[in-house]
Design a protein around this ligand. Structure first.
Ligand code: ATP
Length: 637
């Protein structure tokens, strides 16, 4: 406006142009696109069974580079079945059948064991079903899967009635911190006799309360050799990936008789292995945090591909002894935290955040709430999670499935890309519009666009074609891309170059058309109509090439974003109306153009898309060469 006034142009005209340019230059569509894109992403995530409670978390998901996941129920199905039994007098038994029902047998040395025919086995089964709060009705479990597996075992042996022989007088409930459960009971028919305790839990915990062991009905003192034997058996069952529970009974908690061990399988969830491998491949580290023993945790981690050569496993006890700095040193190598409880999670998060990681942490219990709040992305379990942890979380997995976290990360990366594409489109158009008018004014040309035309361009720039860039379908390859560095600016060097390049092409092309029309030294409505249509067509091609930063339009599919196609077609129709519909011609001061003119403009303006596509190709070739050379130098090493 200032330059125009100095040149002696009409001050009112320059003011109108100045105001309309200012309106065009402000990217008022950006907050709308960001919110709408995030909201649409949240809606897509709901379909994938993830509920996001806070919009900005969707974007944080794209930066997440560490996932700390519970094992039971998230990585595994939490469908427990007892498959092995080891009695305190050294007998092994195998259990067949799956699910919470009576179908299956307990076999020892090739014989089917039923009822009370094997005293050592029946003692284990008795303790397992009396010290238990679960119930199986019509093959449906009510209660915890670990306990349900023990009830199913008693049903297979025909001993489920044993639990009704006792009246419970007291209970020490299970907690993830203490890792055992015990009950004090009296026999229904001998209520005057002393109380009897039954205990089940993690081997290391139960054995601490035992002084004796059962040998075919005889109660003998527990020797170091016996302890060693049980320890080895527990490690053997654990290394087969089984959850191991020890069982004991006796008159007092400190004077229990060790009865034996049961091992239960909990199969990995389908698809988790593939999700783990894609995430690790893209540079996201996965850490398993479990209350189970080292052998069980490492065996499952190995099976899922998240524990490799050079990985470490650290116990909850060790976490207690280390401070955050010390833990930060070792945490990158740790893949498994075993015998861990919710209180360790906070320390693990802090140590990871200390080394700059962006952490997603899963949780289900009340005690997990603090860790979920502290994590960058707190993830609560929808089915097993408590209301407290759901309240504290940023995201809820409806089906407790680990795979959902991968889909959410994918969506997060896609949404960020879409916002980036929008920024690229909008900035290049804004810069082009500003530069075009400023250059024309500096060169003392008449104004190439009038105020109404600038505002129309602004509608396109912020309106449907721009907004539809936000709903571009997520690129399937996006999950392989490494997590974004939180400190990285949205405007990277590469993006700025692309924005400037598109702007320069648009400005040069539009000025060329304007200059070509001005050759008769007379400014007519036709001249501005040509310039205006040229700019609008440039905008459409620019939007087309902004749909992806790396892939060509043909690769992503010309019509794969239906909203975009409709928006562009709508804008072109609008532009044609502005040129050919007499009432609008009056408003926009335009004139009808010939088919030849339109064809010429189409060919010229497609240049912005062609150059951008060529640049993408060059970039991809360069990245490919760099990747090849880095992998060959890695092999050389
Ligand atoms: P994850 O963190 O992977 O989900 P988890 O939270 O299921 O594991 P816990 O429930 O804390 O782990 O179980 C830890 C250990 O406590 C198990 O290895 C098992 O030995 C024992 N345990 C589990 N459930 C019970 C129970 N209901 N009664 C007694 N002991 C149990």
């Amino acid at each position: 406006m200032l330059v125009g006034c100095l040149q002696g142009k009409n001050i009112i005209d320059m003011f109108t142009i100045g105001v309309s340019l200012a309106v065009a230059a402000i990217p008022e569509g950006l907050p709308i696109v960001v919110t709408v894109t995030l909201a649409l992403g949240v809606m897509r995530m709901v379909k994938k069974r993830a509920i996001v409670k806070k919009l900005p978390i969707v974007e944080t998901l794209g930066c997440c580079n560490v996932i700390c996941s519970d094992k039971t129920g998230t990585l595994t199905k939490n469908e427990m079945t007892v498959t092995q039994i080891f009695t305190s007098d050294g007998q092994h038994a195998e259990v067949t059948g799956v699910g919470y029902n009576r179908f299956g047998d307990v076999m020892s040395n090739g014989d089917v064991i039923h009822g009370l025919c094997n005293l050592s086995l029946s003692k284990i089964v008795e303790a397992g079903c009396v010290c238990n709060d679960a119930e199986i009705r019509n093959n449906t479990l009510m209660g915890k899967p670990t306990e349900g597996a023990l009830i199913a075992l008693s049903m297979k042996m025909g001993l489920e009635g044993l639990r009704h022989d006792y009246i419970r007088r007291a209970e020490y409930p299970f907690s993830s911190e203490q890792k055992w459960m015990a009950v004090k009971c009296v026999h229904r028919k001998q209520q005057d006799k002393p109380e009897i305790c039954f205990m089940k839990g993690a081997y290391e915990q139960v054995i601490r309360y035992c002084t004796m062991y059962n040998s075919k009905g005889l109660i003998l003192p527990l020797t170091p050799q016996q302890r060693e034997l049980y320890h080895q058996e527990k490690a053997y069952m654990g290394s087969a990936g089984l959850r191991v529970l020890a069982l004991a009974s006796g008159p007092e908690l400190g004077q229990l008789t060790f009865l034996g061990l049961v091992g239960m399988i909990d199969p990995p969830r389908t698809g988790v292995k593939e999700a783990v491998s894609s995430l690790i491949g893209s540079g996201v580290a996965i850490k398993m945090i479990t209350g189970d023993s080292q052998e069980t945790a490492v065996a499952i981690a190995n099976r899922l591909g998240l524990y490799s050569k050079g990985s470490q496993s650290v116990s909850g006890e060790e976490v207690d002894t280390l401070d955050i700095q010390q833990l930060s040193h070792i945490v990158p190598k740790v893949a498994v935290f075993y015998r861990a409880s919710p209180r360790h999670k906070l320390k693990i998060i802090k140590s990871l955040q200390n080394i700059g990681s962006v952490v997603a942490m899963t949780g289900d219990g009340v005690n997990d709430a603090v860790a979920l709040k502290a994590a960058d992305i707190g993830v609560a379990m929808g089915q097993t999670g408590t209301d407290v942890c759901k309240e504290a979380a940023d995201m809820i997995l409806v089906e407790d499935d680990f795979q959902t976290i991968m889909s959410a990360i994918e969506e997060g990366k896609g949404i960020y890309n879409n916002i980036k594409n929008f920024v690229r489109f909008q900035l290049s158009t804004s810069i082009a519009a500003l530069t075009l008018i400023s250059l024309a004014t500096l060169m003392n040309f008449p104004n190439p666009l009038n105020a109404m035309q600038i505002l129309w361009i602004n509608i396109i720039m912020d309106g449907p074609p721009a907004q539809s860039l936000g709903v571009e379908p997520v690129d399937k390859d996006i999950i392989q891309k490494p997590p974004r560095n939180v400190k990285d600016s949205i405007l990277t060097k590469g993006l700025i170059v692309k924005i400037l390049m598109s702007s320069i092409i648009i400005v040069c092309g539009t000025l060329f058309v304007f200059w070509r029309e001005l050759r008769d030294n007379d400014i007519t409505p036709r001249d501005t109509t040509m310039t205006f249509t040229c700019f609008v067509f440039f905008d459409m091609f620019n939007a087309l090439s902004s749909r992806s930063q790396t892939k060509s339009v043909l690769e992503i599919g010309l019509c794969s974003n239906k909203t975009f196609c409709c928006a562009v077609l709508g804008s072109i129709m609008g532009q044609l109306l502005v040129i050919y519909f007499p009432p609008l011609q009056k408003v926009f001061q335009t004139e009808s153009l010939s088919i030849k003119d339109l064809l010429f403009l189409m060919v010229l303006t497609s240049s912005v898309c062609i150059v951008s596509e060529v640049l993408k190709k060059i970039e991809r070739c360069r990245d490919g060469i760099q990747k090849d050379s880095s992998s060959s130098s890695f092999l050389d090493v």
